[in-house]
Ligand binder design. Structure first.
Ligand code: SAM
Length: 304
């Protein structure tokens, strides 16, 4: 999930940095402006967007997050973790014989929870700080014999052999990865035939990102290089990478730590409306599973 910013780097703002909104000078003439440009008299300006140009910037940002212990920012940690695990289990169905690879594993909490349900689990992350956190949790876990955590870049996955993995999961990390085509090509390479790729990611056309936050002048990007996709963009990339069978369901993702409490309340109501009216742009996230090769016919169809 997007993480609260640990502070800005000294580099100049990137072109893609989110506009934080600028107040009109008192003596400046009033001009017509679009909703996206209009300043809003709101004290909350959103997250501090850290300029980011390359993997080194992303690594150091998440190393600084790791130094704070990387706590959950968007709600009750245990409940949100259980909800995400439910989505993994219902869409991707981990099996006792599976080799499971967690991309952008962060502090390792998803892999540690799923470890007892699979044969072997590998967590990789580009941030050495995050991998240290995950290894520390692993050392204190009683059910840890089949898990390991390594520093690696999801764009290359240099430490993972071709066709050696049954299930790849990527939770709240894909939006931070720079070269999404390379990431998907690597996933396709390491998956066995019939293997699954499961991803939870915020969607670009979420009403908060697309309309409400710009209207209020609230910044939503933690790293200027963060890039979310719409459902159709993601599925086009999956198809390009060779995944011919994919399905998705909405994921209730409300980045509560990045917004005022009133906005979080409004988005909770909109999420409930979206759930009943099947308006996916009112739901913050996308939960998807893609199969390398044929999709098993036994997969259920509705997990809204
Ligand atoms: C918001 S954290 C999410 C961590 C974890 N999956 C969770 O849900 O708690 C995103 C993680 O993705 C990692 N990451 C970003 N780009 C990466 C890349 N190219 N390869 C591997 N990890 C990456 C970051 O270091 C960070 O730990």
């Amino acid at each position: 999930m997007p993480t609260r910013s640990p502070g800005n780097s000294a580099k100049p703002p990137a072109r893609t940095a989110v506009c934080m909104g600028t107040g009109r000078q008192n003596n400046a003439p009033r001009q017509r402006s679009s909703a996206a440009e209009r300043p809003f008299p709101w004290p909350f300006r959103g997250v501090a967007t850290t300029p980011s140009y390359d993997t080194t910037d992303i690594r150091s940002f998440f190393d600084r997050c790791a130094a704070t212990g990387s706590p959950e920012q968007h709600g009750h940690a245990r409940r949100l973790l259980e909800y995400r695990l439910t989505l993994v289990r219902s869409l991707a169905r981990p099996r006792p014989t599976d080799v499971l690879l967690d991309l952008g594993c962060g502090n390792g909490h998803h892999l540690l929870a799923l470890g007892p349900e699979v044969a072997r689990g590998i967590g990789i992350d580009v941030s050495p700080g995050m991998i240290e956190l995950a290894r520390a949790r692993l050392r204190s876990s009683p059910l840890s014999g089949n898990l390991s955590f390594e520093v690696d870049n999801a764009e290359q996955l240099t430490g993972v052999a071709d066709q050696s993995v049954d299930l790849v999961i990527c939770i709240g990390a894909f939006e931070h990865m720079l070269d999404k085509r390379s990431v998907l090509a690597s996933i396709h390479r390491v998956l066995k035939c019939g293997g699954r790729f499961f991803c939870l990611t915020p969607r670009a056309d979420y009403v908060w990102y697309r309309s409400i936050a710009p209207l209020l002048g609230i910044a939503t990007k933690h790293l200027s290089s963060d890039h979310m996709l719409t459902h159709d963009e993601f599925f086009a990339l999956l198809d390009e990478a060779g995944f011919r069978h994919s399905r998705s369901v909405p994921w209730t993702f409300i980045p509560k730590g990045d917004m005022p409490a009133t906005a979080a309340l409004l988005l909770t109501v909109l999420d409930a409306i979206g759930r009943h009216a099947r308006l996916d742009c009112l739901r913050g996230g996308l939960s998807l599973c893609a199969w390398k090769g044929a999709k098993p016919t036994s997969q259920r169809e509705d997990h809204r």
